[in-house]
Ligand binder design. Structure first.
Ligand code: ADE
Ligand code: ZN
Length: 342
C-alpha cells in the first residue's frame, strides 16, 4: 500500500488509466520485428534482438523518425498489423490501461504498396479481440504525415472515408519543421465534416512551437493537442485550453529522447494550472517505457504525490473521446481503486 504521498510503481500499475498518445507503429519491439521479417521473407541486417535494439538510436525528432519509418518495412499483411496491435494491447492491459486511442500512419504503408484496407482492418480486428479477450477498450486515430503533401493527406482521407466507422478521429505527426498545422486546414475541415474528432502533434521545442499551438487552437479547432507543453510560454493560450478543457497528451520519457529534458517542470506547472494534461508513452518500443513506466519516471523526477498521479489518470479519461457515460464509469473505477489502496 502506498503512503499518503508517495506513489509506488505497484500503485501506478494498478491505477486505471487511459492512454491517448500512442503510435501503434511505435510499439514494434525488436523480437516482433525479427519474427515479422522471417514470416515475410525479408532479409534484415540485424539477426538478434540486441542488434535490432542497437539500431533504435537517436537524439532528436528527425533522427528518431529516420530510424522509425524504415523499421516499418516488416509490416506487410493484415495479420502483421493485427499482431502488432494485439502485442501492444496485451502490454497495455497489464499496465492498468482500460481504454486507449491509438495513432496509426497509413501513408507509411500505402506508399510501400500495402493496401489501406489491410492496415485499418488488421488494427480494427485487434481492437475487437482485445475487448473480448483482455477487457481493454480501444479506438483508432488516423494520422497524416505532415512532411508529405497536403494533397497526399487529402487523398488518404478519401481512401479512409469508406472505413470511417473504424476510426474515431484524425491526427498529424512526423516532422514538424516547415510543416505547420495550417498546411492541412482543408483536410482537417473535411475530416470534421465526416464526423471525426481532430488532434495534431505540436512537438516539443520546435521552430514555431507557440505559433503552431495557436494555429491548432484558433484556426483548426482541434479537440485535443498532442504534446503541446511549450504552451506554458503563453499564459493566454494556457487559459484557453484550461477553460475549454482541451487535453494535452504529454509523453515524459519520449521528451527526454527527442530533447534532453523530460519537461517535468512544464508538465507539473500545467497540471497545477488545472489543464487536462495526462501521461502517455508515444513510441514505447523505441523509448523503452510503456505508460506506467512514464508515470513512474515523471513521479520520481517531479516528486509527485498520490493525489497528483490520480489527477493525471482522471485527466486521461476526461480528455478521451469516450461518451460521458463511459467516462463516468472509468472515473468511478479510479475512485474505487483509491478507496481500496490509499
Ligand atoms: N511519429 C511517431 N512518434 C512521433 C512523435 N513523437 N512526433 C512526431 N511524429 C511521430
Ligand atoms: Zn507522438
Amino acid at each position: 500500500m502506498p503512503s499518503a504521498t508517495v506513489p509506488t510503481p505497484e500503485f501506478i500499475a494498478g491505477l486505471p488509466k487511459c492512454e491517448l498518445h500512442l503510435h501503434l507503429e511505435g510499439t514494434l519491439e525488436p523480437d516482433l520485428k525479427l519474427a515479422l521479417a522471417k514470416r515475410n521473407g525479408i532479409e534484415l541486417d540485424q539477426k538478434t534482438v540486441a542488434e535490432v535494439r542497437a539500431t533504435y538510436e537517436f537524439d532528436d525528432l528527425a533522427s528518431f523518425l529516420a530510424v522509425y519509418y524504415p523499421a516499418m518495412e516488416v509490416l506487410r499483411t493484415e495479420q502483421d498489423f493485427y499482431d502488432l496491435a494485439m502485442a501492444y494491447l496485451r502490454r497495455a492491459a497489464a499496465d492498468g490501461v482500460r481504454h486507449v486511442e491509438m495513432f496509426f500512419d497509413p501513408q507509411a504503408h500505402t506508399t510501400r504498396g500495402v493496401p489501406f484496407a489491410d492496415v485499418v482492418q488488421g488494427y480494427h480486428r485487434a481492437t475487437v479481440d482485445a475487448r473480448d479477450e483482455l477487457g481493454i477498450s480501444s479506438a483508432l486515430i488516423l494520422c497524416f504525415l505532415r512532411d508529405h503533401t497536403a494533397e497526399s493527406a487529402a487523398e488518404t482521407l478519401e481512401s479512409a472515408a469508406p472505413f470511417k466507422d473504424l476510426i474515431v478521429g484524425v491526427g498529424l505527426d512526423s516532422d514538424e519543421r516547415d510543416n505547420p498545422p495550417l498546411k492541412f486546414a482543408d483536410t482537417f475541415a473535411r475530416a470534421r465534416e465526416l464526423g471525426l474528432k481532430l488532434t495534431m502533434h505540436c512537438d516539443i521545442d520546435q521552430v514555431g512551437s507557440i505559433e503552431h499551438i495557436r494555429q491548432v487552437i484558433e484556426e483548426i479547432g482541434v479537440d485535443r493537442i498532442d504534446h503541446g507543453t511549450n504552451i506554458v510560454e503563453d499564459p493566454r493560450l494556457v487559459e484557453i485550453v484550461r477553460e475549454r478543457g482541451l487535453g494535452l497528451t504529454s509523453c515524459p520519457v519520449s521528451n527526454s529522447f527527442v530533447t534532453d529534458d523530460m519537461k517535468a517542470d512544464e508538465i507539473v506547472a500545467l497540471l497545477r494550472a488545472g489543464v487536462k494534461i495526462m501521461i502517455n508513452s508515444d513510441d514505447p518500443a523505441y523509448f523503452g517505457a510503456y505508460v506506467a513506466g512514464n508515470y513512474v519516471a515523471l513521479a520520481e523526477k517531479a516528486g509527485l504525490s498520490v493525489a497528483d498521479v490520480v489527477q493525471l489518470a482522471r485527466n486521461s479519461f476526461e480528455a478521451s473521446w469516450l461518451s460521458d457515460e463511459d467516462k463516468a464509469g472509468y472515473l468511478a473505477e479510479i475512485d474505487a481503486y483509491v478507496a481500496a489502496n490509499v
